[in-house]
Ligand binder design. Structure first.
Ligand SMILES: NC(=O)c1ccc[n+]([C@@H]2O[C@H](COP(=O)([O-])OP(=O)(O)OC[C@H]3O[C@@H](n4cnc5c(N)ncnc54)[C@H](OP(=O)(O)O)[C@@H]3O)[C@@H](O)[C@H]2O)c1
Length: 238
């Protein structure tokens, strides 16, 4: 993997898949900056990965934070955007705008990052979004996720036409064992993930590291653009 000295930003790098990308990229010799909504926590997480890894505050729903953050960045080779979560529940319940916040964070947030970062991207650099298995296998109650993952994947295609000097790709994880599920499922996490694992062809849930290795591939291969890599244990097929 040709990432030595490459400047890599992981947006939402304090936890789960994003953190695993930061760790792998650092291991390949990249200069890594990771972000989260809490600057102190992002700094702490960065230092657990390596002394040269930088941690910074960036909430991608906040235009002012985006502006201030990118003012301090000269140039970038690659960006991975993991930031976000999901919202589960029936379409008919709750305020629509409230339900769609998870979509807005992931999609409008990603577009804010693209708009602020695009002039700083080096030729043949890349921006990678996070899609997911619910694009191809919608899950009851996870309609906000399905809308967000499919749009994230489509962004990786439409933006190639807008900014051809940068590569755009997406990783599409299936159920992946990350702290996101602790927040959403609490005590039920183990049982739910075990059931999902049993239903998959590979009989296991993906790890953050497995998803991260696909992200690293997308960064490294200068001929891959407009692509979506699925890391779902065959979840789209069953
Ligand atoms: N885990 C899965 O099974 C799975 C499957 C398909 C897709 N995905 C998607 O993959 C992405 C990463 O998921 P994960 O499982 O790794 O989740 P995670 O462990 O909860 O990590 C989410 C990351 O996003 C950051 N974040 C959340 N809201 C943010 C915001 N408004 N601005 C900036 N950063 C923000 C969090 O940082 P702070 O909390 O420090 O701000 C954290 O670093 C999410 O978009 C998720 O929906 C996950």
């Amino acid at each position: 993997m040709n990432l030595k000295e490459k400047q890599i930003l992981v947006v939402g790098g304090t936890s789960g898949i994003g953190k695993a990308v930061a760790e792998l990229a650092f291991g390949y010799g990249a200069k890594v900056v990771l972000t989260g909504r809490n600057g102190e926590n992002a700094f702490k997480v960065a230092k657990t990965i390596g002394p040269s890894v930088e941690g910074a505050q960036l909430d991608i729903v906040n235009d002012l934070e985006i502006e201030a953050f990118f003012k301090g960045i000269d140039s970038l080779d690659h960006i991975y955007i993991a930031a976000g979560s999901t919202k589960l529940g029936p379409v008919t319940e709750g305020e629509l705008e409230e339900n769609m916040k998870a979509f807005d964070t992931r999609i409008l947030g990603s577009l804010r990052v693209v708009r602020a970062a695009i002039e700083k991207m080096k030729d043949s650099g890349s921006i990678i979004f996070t899609g997911g298995v619910s694009t191809d296998r919608p899950i009851k109650g996870a309609w906000v996720s399905g809308l967000a993952t499919s749009t994230a994947e489509q962004m990786a295609r439409v933006l190639v036409m807008e900014f051809p000097h940068v590569r755009f790709n997406a990783v599409a994880p299936g159920y992946t064992d990350t702290p996101m599920w602790d927040h959403i499922l609490g005590e039920d996490k183990e049982k739910v993930l075990k059931n999902v694992a049993a239903s998959l062809p590979v009989k296991k849930i993906a790890s953050s590291e497995e998803v991260a290795s696909a992200v690293i591939f997308l960064m490294s291969n200068a001929s891959v653009t407009g692509e979506i890599i699925h890391v779902d244990g065959g979840g789209r097929l069953v």
